[in-house]
Design a protein around this ligand. Structure first.
Ligand code: UD1
Length: 365
């Protein structure tokens, strides 16, 4: 059996890593196509080295641009690769532009499609990722759902592909990386002590397109002068601080330690030693939960509803007062249920499902 994974952005690389290991370890031919959506060393290569992944077999070099540009260009450049590869199955991961482009292209090339992390919904159509995941799910033949809630979402949408509950890959990823990250030197390099700082990330398009949200974030930084805030800044966010003329005000916040985006091992070291994390990322909400770090999510909704029980994850939007209140509130102590994300053998489950399904007949579309 031959499988092609189409990946292009940070969260795709993270999810593919354990699946790659499970497939290759069982003798399946696995080809990695990197779209080039993320291309900086800190956004791409460092993930391949942190996870011990081989270099991608094919690099499409699409680069930055609007969603239409990225999706269109990936489809154009991927078509010949998929035809030439003659794979039995294409795998896509999560909800990025690379995910949707991989899904459309495999549909058009009549190759069966599996979606890893299927069925997540925020029910917020202003998020580009929400529309990417809905379209990808509806094009998929095999849907690997990480939570029971995701399975229910898919059933409610009367999806035509086959839905499987697999648990979430984060459990095995975090179990492995939290041990490795003990060797990270990032805390020493930044002169930080465990639990002495907050970790913050913000990059979502719907948050970074509005100047007012940057003002809210700066107000929060300014009122938290007594807290050290570690902020690995996403290229999009940095660019928008400049565009909105707010970079100088950010640089004046002496309590904020600005970093380049971190590799995965360093990031998990920062996360597991933080007192709390403030973020608008999807994956970090779940990783924080698995590491028992209280999370403050700068959104009005979340697809990871499981993390909200017991106030391990609190939604604040990008509102300075709400963010500061949540930071100053006591940390949760109870109502924790790690098993909501499965047993930690999701990559094996996905491998077993893939090897048991009949992917030899191409779709008769
Ligand atoms: C993408 C995903 C998002 C994921 C995030 C993780 C979509 C719609 N969004 O968002 O789901 O959580 O990745 O980071 O696919 N840039 C660089 N260097 C890079 C990559 C990007 O400078 O290596 C800059 C470019 O100016 C680019 C901007 O960042 O235009 C945004 O990148 P893009 O790939 O469009 O989306 P992300 O915000 O990274």
């Amino acid at each position: 059996m031959k499988i092609v994974s189409v990946v292009g952005a940070r969260p795709n690389f993270v999810k593919m890593a354990p699946v790659h290991k499970a497939l290759v370890g069982s003798g399946i031919e696995h080809m990695i196509v990197h779209t080039g959506q993320h291309y900086d060393y800190e956004m791409s290569d460092v993930f391949f080295s942190d996870f011990g992944l081989p270099k991608p077999d094919i690099y499409l070099d699409v680069g930055s641009g609007s969603s239409c540009f990225q999706i269109g260009e990936i489809i154009k450049r991927l078509e010949n690769t998929l035809i030439w590869a003659n794979a039995d199955l294409v795998l896509v991961y999560g909800d990025t532009n690379s995910t949707l482009a991989g899904a459309i292209c495999s549909d058009k090339c009549k190759i069966k499609l599996g979606h890893v992390e299927a069925g997540l919904r925020s029910y917020d159509s202003a998020m580009p990722e929400e529309n990417n995941r809905i379209m990808t799910d509806h094009l998929s033949d095999y849907l690997f759902a990480p939570t029971r809630n995701a399975v229910t979402n898919l059933r409610n949408e009367k999806i035509t592909g086959r839905v499987f509950y697999t648990g979430d890959l984060s459990v095995e990823i975090i179990n492995r990386i939290k041990v490795i990250s003990k060797q990270s030197k990032i805390l020493d390099t930044l002169d930080l002590k465990s639990r002495s700082y907050l970790l913050l990330t913000m990059h979502r398009a719907e948050n970074t397109n509005l100047r007012e949200y940057f003002i809210q974030l700066l107000k929060a930084f300014e009122s938290l002068g007594d807290n050290t805030i570690v902020f690995p800044i996403h290229p999009r966010t940095k660019k928008m601080f400049k565009t909105f003329g707010l970079l100088d005000r950010l640089l004046k916040c002496s309590n904020v330690k600005l970093l380049l985006p971190s590799g995965y091992i360093d990031f998990i070291a920062l996360l597991q030693n933080a007192s709390k994390v403030v973020t608008d990322s999807g994956g970090i909400q779940k990783e924080a939960y698995l590491l028992k770090i209280p999370c403050i999510t700068m959104r009005n909704n979340t697809e990871w509803v499981e993390t909200m029980k017991g106030r391990w994850n609190v939604l604040t939007g990008v509102n300075s007062k709400n963010i500061v209140n949540a930071i100053r509130s006591p940390s949760p102590t109870s109502q924790y249920n790690k098993s909501v994300f499965g047993s930690g053998r999701t990559s094996k489950v996905i491998y077993e499902l893939i090897s048991s399904i009949n992917t030899t007949n191409k779709k008769g579309k």
